[in-house]
Design a protein around this ligand. Structure first.
Ligand code: DOR
Ligand code: ZN
Ligand code: ZN
Length: 422
């Protein structure tokens, strides 16, 4: 196959190129019209932009156990519709991904579904109970690419230190959900003006920052790497920036909702705005954009957390935390960050593909000869309105319904095969 005359997002800039794909890999990248090889099929890409297949290192696919919210199949359909060719799924399923059998089950489902690449993330402790370490080596052998207790923090610091040491020995990253539950104390939104206005119980930045600081201290004193999940506070960004400056091996992620929204949106009590950590203030939003710009925040993830309507159509206090994000992440990030002037297209590709590949040691993340032909082909000029009813995901829970965005995914290729076409 040849992708003809595409705007290709390469590491060093966007160039007008032809891309020839053979045997599932990129065989040739040549200036448009100069390609030599023949092809069985040609995809005209004159007005389209080709990105390295997006990689989301933080999603919840809900299978096994919560298939009412999402399955590996609907999650993978949602991923390719969003331009993602690889996703890493968190272990808070039922049963928890805490042993090689569950890891193998997900790898088997990945093959059956045959849409995007799916990498399981193993739990840090058995059953995510925070008591005994899970069998990390076995999970790695079965295909786990990281460990995480996502959904909660490992409360026992000594246990967390051991987890970080073991993970480092196995060459796996520890992905940390940072939340001091005693400080959150039932809070459902960010504590500030809007929590006071609505009467909803707030949660302070310190609840997140204290655990970020703990994980940084552990990484620094043990001399091992650590990855901080879904950073939402200005102060968390600053803690990570300072740690990086003194050589701590830390990487970090944030999500589109944290650089797009502020807590003002809770004033209508829409439970689709309920997410953990909570959406914070303008000061935080701006600091997160600054953190993405200066490299403090390495990557953008969705924290795709699909829920059934039954989990959201209840009073705010009782609603589930989470946003269905796979199908809006690219357009929100492009609109907010590239059109907003914070990042170049190459930098966006870095945050949404190359960096996660690097952090988790996955193949892919860059368009170059020899790499798997994992590609997201996008019309950057197409303006569209987010409508959750059109989501392939079972989770229609988004605070972005009705929002105008730019950038529509037209094709997603995985190993050279078209897995999604709009
Ligand atoms: O909003 C969230 N939803 N935050 C989490 O940490 C967990 C996730 C979920 O699993 O629903
Ligand atoms: Zn989390
Ligand atoms: Zn999560």
């Amino acid at each position: 196959m040849i992708l003809r005359a595409a705007n290709v997002v390469l590491k060093d800039g966007v160039k007008k190129c032809d891309i020839r794909i053979a045997d599932g890999r990129i065989a040739e990248i040549s200036p448009a019209g100069k390609g030599k090889g023949s092809a069985e099929s040609v995809l005209e890409c004159q007005n389209l932009t080709v990105f390295p297949g997006l990689i989301d290192m933080h999603v919840h696919l809900r299978e096994p156990g919560f298939e009412k919210k999402e399955t590996i199949e609907t999650g993978a359909m949602s991923a390719v519709k969003g331009g993602f060719t690889q996703v890493c799924c968190m272990p808070n399923t039922k049963p928890v991904i805490d042993n090689k059998i569950v890891v193998s089950y997900i790898k088997a489902r990945e093959k059956e579904v045959n849409l995007c690449k799916i990498h399981p993330i193993g739990a840090i402790t058995e059953g995510q109970k925070g008591e005994n370490l899970a069998a990390i080596g076995g999970m790695k052998a079965a295909g786990a690419v990281a460990i995480s207790e996502d959904g909660k923090t490992v409360v026992n610091t000594k246990l967390m230190a051991n987890a970080m040491l073991y993970a480092a020995d196995f060459g796996l990253k520890c992905l940390c959900h940072c939340e001091d539950a005693s400080l959150v104390d039932g809070g459902v939104v960010h504590e500030g003006y809007y929590s006071t206005l609505t009467g909803l119980k707030g949660s302070v930045r310190a609840a997140e920052d204290i655990v970020i600081a703990r994980e940084l201290c552990l990484a620094e004193s043990l001399g091992v790497p650590v990855h901080i999940c879904h950073v939402s506070t200005y102060s968390g960004v600053q803690l990570i920036r300072e740690a990086k400056a003194r050589g701590v091996q830390v990487t970090a992620e944030t999500c589109p909702h944290y650089f797009t929204l502020t807590d003002e949106i809770i004033k209508d009590f829409d439970t689709n705005t309920k997410v953990n950590p909570p959406i914070r203030e303008e000061r935080d939003r701006l600091a997160i954009i600054e953190g993405l710009k200066d490299g403090t925040l390495d990557c953008i993830v969705t924290d795709h957390a699909p829920h059934h309507a039954d989990d959201k159509n209840v009073e705010y206090n009782f609603a589930a935390f989470g946003i269905s994000g796979l199908e809006t992440s690219f357009a929100l990030s492009y609109t907010q960050l590239v059109k907003g002037g914070a990042l170049t297209l190459e930098a966006l590709a870095q945050k949404m593909s190359a960096a996660p590949a690097q952090i988790l040691n996955l193949e892919g993340g860059e368009i170059k000869v020899g790499a798997p032909a994992d590609l997201a082909i996008v019309d950057l000029n197409e303006e569209w309105v987010i409508d959750p009813n059109e989501f392939a995901s079972k989770g229609k829970n988004t605070p972005f319904a009705g929002r105008k965005v730019y950038g529509k995914v037209k094709y997603t290729l995985v190993n050279g095969e078209i897995k999604y076409q709009n």
